[in-house]
Design a binder for this molecule. Structure first.
Ligand code: DAH
Length: 339
């Protein structure tokens, strides 16, 4: 008959080697199952004498209990291992701070637009919005552009593959100036409006983007003069930049839709940016042909218009030197404007 202590050792080692419950039950069968080695020894008792039976029976009983205990211990161990693995996999650090719902922010250029709307509303201007896919007439013809003006060329202006009723391709508006005509034709004089929005040109470098923003301004009445333009625009800049320490000059220029036409320059007279003239806007007295296209009589209705770049105003306000930062969507840049 096999040595019992060796059998017990074999069983323990077989249980230890089982790394999954199914393997452990297989190992159990080898010793305690119907055809297991211990079971076979139990059956062997029958052939023994009364005396031997008692002695051997007791020894087998002790061995069986020891093997069963080892089995039970291993079962528990495997169950604990499984639980530990699950806990590790589903680990939850309750000491971590909660994840807050992030708020969206306003883009700096749109913040500029909102500021400008607020400033002009406060002095009685309406705020209007219009189509970005325009017609040739509103974009150019109504604004007194001659038929072969370079702004009409494919090199300067984007066109979509759609035609108006005269067969002309529809441009993406290259400026907000078409809104002067759209608004004036649908509102009664006096006309006092700004029209901010997106504009498009075939242009792309550190200071030009194919999509950019402008704000158009228009004030038409019976008596609106160039000095009103100077007053309104200078006051606007001082409020926008929150300083009286800036001066403005109006430099002769040319636009088809104004006569006279000017470039507006400004210069800070204090602070880190002082002492340099900065070009900030186009402007002028609205050309009589354009006033006629408003549906008004240029003999009785006069006034000024301006068109300014919102990116440029934003860059000056915050000291940003590369226009492309506005359009890259880099949160490290954008978050600085929304704290
Ligand atoms: N539309 C011009 C541009 O995009 C800007 C401009 C100049 C607008 C003079 C005006 C104006 O209303 O009077 O370059």
């Amino acid at each position: 008959m096999q040595d019992l202590s060796q059998l017990i050792a074999e069983a323990k080692s077989a249980f230890a080697q089982a790394t999954a419950p199914a393997a452990l039950e297989d190992a159990k069968a080898k010793f305690l199952g119907k055809t297991g080695s211990l079971t076979a020894m139990m059956k062997g008792l029958a052939k023994l004498s009364h005396e031997e039976k008692r002695e051997m029976g007791q020894a087998l009983g002790t061995a069986k209990r020891e093997i069963e205990q080892a089995l039970e211990a291993r079962r528990e161990e495997l169950a604990n291992e499984k639980l530990a693995a699950r806990l590790a996999a589903e680990a939850l650090d309750v000491t971590l701070p909660g994840r807050k719902a992030e708020k969206g922010g306003v883009h700096p250029v749109i913040a500029t637009q909102m500021r400008i709307e607020q400033i002009f509303r406060s002095i009685g201007f309406d705020v209007a919005d219009g189509p970005e896919i325009e017609t040739d007439w509103y974009s150019f013809t109504a604004l007194n552009n001659p038929p072969n003006h370079p702004a009409r060329s494919m090199q300067d202006t984007f066109y979509v593959e759609l035609k108006d009723e005269t067969g002309k391709l529809l441009p993406l508006r290259p400026h907000t100036s078409p809104m002067q005509v759209r608004y004036a034709r649908t509102h009664k004089a006096p006309i006092k409006v700004i029209a901010p929005g997106r504009t498009y040109r075939v242009d792309s470098d550190a200071t030009h983007s194919p999509m950019f923003h402008q704000v158009e301004g228009l004030w038409i009445g019976e008596n609106v003069s160039f000095s009103d333009l100077k007053g309104v625009y200078t006051d606007f800049l001082r409020r926008f930049f929150e300083t009286d320490d800036l001066v403005v000059r109006f430099r002769p220029s040319y636009f088809p839709f104004t006569e006279p036409s000017v470039e507006v320059d400004m210069m800070f007279t204090s602070g880190p940016k002082k002492g340099r003239w900065l070009e900030i806007s186009g402007a002028g007295e609205v050309h009589p042909n354009v006033v006629r296209n408003f549906g008004l009589d240029p003999e009785t209705h006069v006034g000024f218009a301006f068109g300014s770049g919102l990116e440029r105003l934003t860059m000056l306000r915050y000291g940003i030197d590369d226009l492309r930062l506005f359009f890259e969507g880099d949160l490290r840049f954008l978050k600085q404007f929304n704290r």
